[in-house]
Design a protein around this ligand. Structure first.
Ligand code: BDP
Length: 584
């Protein structure tokens, strides 16, 4: 799915800003058809932002159910005879959209974009009312899954099985854009590298017309290759490659017969897994970085360029070359930035919490395990989440691997049955990138599905949830386990999570748990083990920064495994990592 752009043939208007907003705790909005007029008792809500922490009330913070957004939108007068599209970069987790009284779209899945074609509903020059209802409920058919309880006093309580707060709402940009009636609908690009010669394989889909030309230009605007077919291969002798640390981009301009023009940034690079190596452009790549979250005070998961650029500056400062979009697709701005700056990304679906054993907020006992609770609906939602992720992010050179789940139950035989078709779906959607999942602390002889994947990604909490406080045992057990994975699978291993909670400012000579010093010592113990096991090709610390999560008794004002605090101040661990990763 192409991102809205301004080109010679396209215009784009941002609908970010203050929208009318109403919580709907009594579920009145749908039966009373609130889209037919101004929202009752509306307040104002900034878009993009998660809604939860903006109003400063418990009701908003803990709200479970529908919220309503509304604003008036004027269609530019010059858009006569053109296609008009309303695009939501995200609505967590389910949304229905109306233009005036007419439903124009609906979508499920809180982290991927969707569009509503307004052509035929709107008159250029006139204004209309856009109303969106967003439902933040997670159930056993959604990705991620959850359970909504209705308490004896009538309140709803949302349970979910993942360790980050269920921020929701319109937390990414909203756009109104236009294209000619016949338009470039999609472009798919893959690249191959032989020495310094490269090939750009492309396919362009034009709705209501045909491809007129495809031109590849270099960063200086000089034409390097050209074609006039809907799909083909462009040869680029002496190509400047996209590589980690160097986000070199070309531009592919696709023109359609009806005059539409779309320009796509293209990074030329090749990704491969060979034996236990992860190769980028034929060279072994070692992942240094973090699992992150989209998480900030007040905004929640609301995208903000200021915070994004600052996070990338800190990644640079600490010497990270990569991160995982744990545990959902991040805003497209983030991937575009990574493309431009040569940061490597493992791109993850929102399939987190397919596991009751590690749940923080589930009252144990009902149902007994995840595979007894979820079924075809969940698997179908999961498949859609994979396909929507690939459709959105397939052209980003920064994305080198798909992670299709975080810490699912991978011990029970049902896990294999559930995941086999999903791995197939991921490979069918994109044959060019490796596929992985992040595996919860579970030894290789108990895991029933890692052989289906290309890279072994392990989330390991030796020294924290197991061997708590004993880093000598932690280091020994970690190394033994890593060697076992290497022996059994012969694939590259990335430790996609390791870390310890540390409350900033709490120091200790005896390095007890929750101190900054223990966090440093734990990371160092892991690093010694990594450096002794050759198949380890990556280290992603959990987490880049402290983040909001449910208020289980093992969390104090959020998860404190950040190497930076929630407001991005470095803990001692940040300096230790910087020394390891940059030598400074
Ligand atoms: C892992 C999860 C991650 C949690 C982390 C933790 O993948 O989402 O936040 O552990 O417990 O289980 O800190």
């Amino acid at each position: 799915m192409l991102r809205p752009l301004e080109t010679a043939s396209r215009e784009r208007v941002s609908l970010n800003g203050l929208w009318a907003f109403a919580l709907d705790p009594g579920d009145r909005g749908r039966p009373e058809e609130w889209w037919r007029g101004p929202l009752p008792e509306a307040s104002e809500m900034p878009v993009p932002s998660s809604f939860n922490d903006v109003p400063a009330t418990r009701d908003a913070h803990d709200h479970v159910g529908d919220v309503w957004y509304q604003r008036s939108v004027r269609i530019p007068a010059g858009w006569e005879g053109r296609r008009v599209v309303l695009r939501f970069d995200a609505a967590a987790h389910r949304a229905v959209v109306w233009w005036d009284d007419v439903e124009v779209g609906r979508h499920e899945g809180g982290y991927t974009p969707f569009e509503c074609d307004l052509t035929g509903h709107v008159r250029p020059g006139e204004a209309g009312r856009v109303t969106v209802v967003v439902d933040n409920r997670l159930d056993l058919g959604s990705i991620p899954p959850g359970i909504v309880d209705v308490l004896p006093d009538g309140r709803r309580r949302q349970r979910y099985f993942h360790d980050f707060f269920n921020y929701a709402g319109l937390h990414r940009a909203v756009w109104l854009y236009t294209t000619p009636a016949s338009y470039v609908e999609d472009i798919t690009v893959t690249t191959e590298v032989t020495g310094t010669d490269a090939r750009v394989l492309y396919r362009a889909d034009v709705a209501g017309g045909r491809v007129a030309s495809v031109v590849l230009r270099d960063a200086g605007g000089v034409e390097r290759a050209r074609a006039d077919t809907a799909s083909g291969t462009l040869s680029v002798p002496d190509a400047t490659l996209w590589r980690p640390g160097h986000g070199h981009l070309y531009e592919l301009e696709v023109s359609a017969s009806g005059g539409d023009v779309y320009t796509l940034p293209v990074g030329i690079r090749e990704v491969a897994v060979e034996g236990d190596r992860f190769l980028i452009n034929g060279e072994p790549f070692h992942f240094r970085g973090f699992g992150k979250h989209e998480d900030n005070a007040v905004r929640g998961k609301g995208h903000d360029d200021v915070l994004m650029v600052h996070d990338f500056a800190l990644l640079d400062w600490v010497g990270a070359n990569s991160f995982r979009t744990s545990h959902y697709p991040y805003a497209e701005e983030v991937l575009e930035y990574a493309d431009r700056h040569g940061i490597v990304v493992i791109d993850e679906t929102p399939a987190v919490g397919l596991n009751f054993e590690i749940a923080h907020t589930l009252v144990p006992g009902d149902p007994p395990h995840i595979w007894a609770a979820v079924g075809d609906t969940t698997q179908e939602a999961h498949r859609r989440a994979i396909e929507e992720l690939v459709a959105r992010d397939k052209n980003h050179p920064s994305v080198v691997m798909w992670s299709i789940a975080n810490e699912p139950d991978s011990a029970r035989p049902q896990a294999r049955t559930y995941f086999e078709p999903l791995v197939r779906a991921a490979r069918a959607a994109d044959p060019s990138r490796p596929v992985c999942f992040a595996q919860v602390q579970l030894p290789p002889d108990q895991d029933v599905m890692s052989d289906l994947f290309d890279v072994i990604c392990l989330n390991r909490y030796y020294g924290w949830y197991v061997d708590t406080g004993d880093l000598v045992t932690a280091e020994r057990e970690l190394e033994a386990e890593l060697r076992e994975w290497a022996r059994l699978h012969g694939k590259p291993i990335i430790v996609t999570e390791y870390g310890a909670d540390a409350v900033a400012g709490v120091r200790s000579v005896a390095a007890g748990t929750w101190t900054e010093d223990y966090q440093v010592e734990l990371l160092e113990a892991f690093h010694r083990a990594f450096d002794r096991v050759e198949s380890v090709v990556g280290e992603h610390v959990w987490n880049f920064a402290d983040f909001a999560t449910g208020y289980g008794v093992n969390r104090a004002d959020g998860n404190k495994k950040g190497v930076f605090t929630r407001d991005r101040r470095p803990k001692a661990a940040a300096f230790a990592l910087r020394r390891r990763w940059t030598g400074r």
